[in-house]
Design a protein around this ligand. Structure first.
Ligand code: SAH
Length: 466
């Protein structure tokens, strides 16, 4: 979900100093708006790779609604995941593919767009994790779904300020982005448009450039194309944009919720409950599930598994930040348009679609080879990272009354429990060795000197491990 409140953004240069088809038999219509295993993820990785290769290139694309109704007429109701995937990332007319939807003039606003302090503190987190890992020679900053590029831009400013601490490490930036439109916006923000674009769709790196601070940047469509190596992965409001399946408990067991054409109004869509089990309903629900309605994001599971594998093999950490819950919420699928809630089935392709991230699911899929911290609230994380001190420094250096007011307003927006402070969550994956207590002599950790206790994890430092 995104925040509805409109926030004035602050110029980052002004305060720079940094210390069934309808009627089909057996379908039940959902009247109201709806209130795992490693193996399952493996199955879903295969299913998804097939889905992702489906494209509608080479034709003049009808409107998204037309495209969806043709599809449903031809093959029957589609899963909510397929609906979401088509609406958001269809290669021709997907919402993310065509639009720059972020900011006050768009459909929603996110923390990095609200205040530069957010990205600065995440930048400090990245440096701190790099140091805790023993200062590897190369550091890859990898952002999934970078939006307008603001988070990475603020982080790179911190990296420049902390150049001496970074100690000559070879830093490179890797952006995973499906949207050609947004990759252009990112290129402008990060490089001033000095990028090279690859013409061939076959190339895994589709754009390259050099940041304002002189670092190499590369753009990819998929995380698996990012080179191996010690990496700090960031996913800010990325997982909530990935397709979810929805399931309803019924007298006959779990059934999948699908999207169908409304028989009364063929130009409208509606939710129905599939009468028989589906592959998803038989593989994605936990045996001891207590809720009446469940949302599962297998694509998120596949990505988190890839993150975990890379962290185990190459070292590094991931910071996943999103609206979410710990396996307790039921119906969180929502649409946003013009900073207002929007019916998810109405005018598909004109509004953002989002579902809260189930961190308990991500933790389960990440497995035991990594350590998961959180979720903790944005307020706790930012306070632990020193947002109060940073605000004071910025205020001290800023004499313009309106900029001062904006700084205070955006601080409130990020940390106030009634605004984003409570509901926005931080979750981290770390390698086990990062937090292991030193063992017997000789069994020391690869990069840490024998006998030295692990450094606390910035932002999460007051937490126990899970
Ligand atoms: N992180 C930014 C933008 C969030 S919007 C911020 O917080 O401001 C979601 C972002 O993820 C967009 O950049 C969108 O284009 C991208 N995205 C959505 N689905 C994706 C996918 N399957 N693979 C890669 N990027 C995706």
């Amino acid at each position: 979900m995104r925040t509805l409140l409109k926030v004035v953004s602050i110029s980052r240069t002004s305060v720079r100093s940094f210390t069934p088809a309808q009627g089909a038999k057996g379908f039940s219509v959902l009247e109201c708006r709806l209130g795992y295993t490693q193996k399952a993820v493996g199955i879903w990785a295969v299913v998804l790779s097939r889905h992702c290769s489906t494209s509608v290139e080479g034709r003049t694309e009808p409107s998204m609604l037309r495209h969806l109704t043709s599809k449903i007429t031809a093959t029957g109701p589609i899963t909510v995941a397929e609906y979401m995937r088509e609406v958001l990332t269809n290669p021709v007319s997907g919402y993310y593919v065509k639009n720059d939807m972020l900011g006050a003039d768009g459909d929603f606003i996110t923390s990095p767009e609200i205040s530069q302090i957010f990205g600065e503190l995440v930048g400090v987190w990245c440096v701190s994790e790099w140091m805790a890992a023993g200062k590897p020679k190369a550091l890859q900053l990898v952002e999934l779904g970078p939006g307008r590029g603001s988070l990475t831009s603020d982080i790179l400013r911190v990296f420049r300020q902390l150049q001496s601490a970074l100690n000559g490490a070879a830093v490179s930036v890797h952006l995973v982005e499906v949207s050609p439109k947004l990759s252009q916006v990112q290129a402008k923000c990060l490089t001033g448009e000095h990028t090279q674009v690859c013409v061939s769709d076959e190339e895994v790196v589709y754009r390259t450039g050099t940041s304002h601070t002189g670092l190499p940047i590369a753009w990819y469509r998929r995380i698996e194309d990012v080179p191996k190596g010690f990496s700090i992965f960031l996913a800010h409001e990325f997982f909530d944009a990935l397709p979810i399946h929805k399931f309803q408990r019924t007298e006959k067991g779990w059934r999948e919720v699908m999207v169908d054409i409304d028989p009364e109004e063929p130009e409208k869509l509606r939710f129905v409950v599939f009468p028989a089990p589906t592959l998803a309903s038989t593989t994605l629900i936990q045996a001891d599930e207590k809720r009446e309605h469940v949302e599962v994001c297998p694509e998120g599971g596949v990505i988190v598994q890839k993150l975990a594998n890379r962290i185990v093999e190459d070292g590094g950490a991931a910071l996943i930040t999103d609206y979410g819950h710990d396996g307790t919420k039921m119906d969180t699928f929502r649409g946003f348009r013009g900073h207002k809630l929007h019916d998810v089935l109405l005018a598909p392709g004109t509004a953002d679609l989002t579902a809260d991230v189930d961190f308990s699911y991500l933790r389960r899929i990440a497995g035991d080879d990594v350590v998961c911290l959180g979720p903790i609230t944005q307020r706790t994380f930012l306070k632990n990272m020193g947002i109060d001190t940073r605000l004071q420094v910025l205020l001290r250096n800023c004499h313009d009354a309106s900029t001062r007011a904006q700084l205070i307003q955006s601080y409130d927006m990020l940390t106030n429990p009634e605004k984003m402070g409570q509901r926005f969550q931080f979750f981290s994956l770390l390698s086990r060795s990062r937090l292991a207590e030193p063992q017997e002599e000789g069994e020391g950790l690869k990069r840490r000197k024998k006998g030295r206790a692990p450094l606390p994890v910035a932002g999460f430092s007051e937490l126990g491990l899970q």
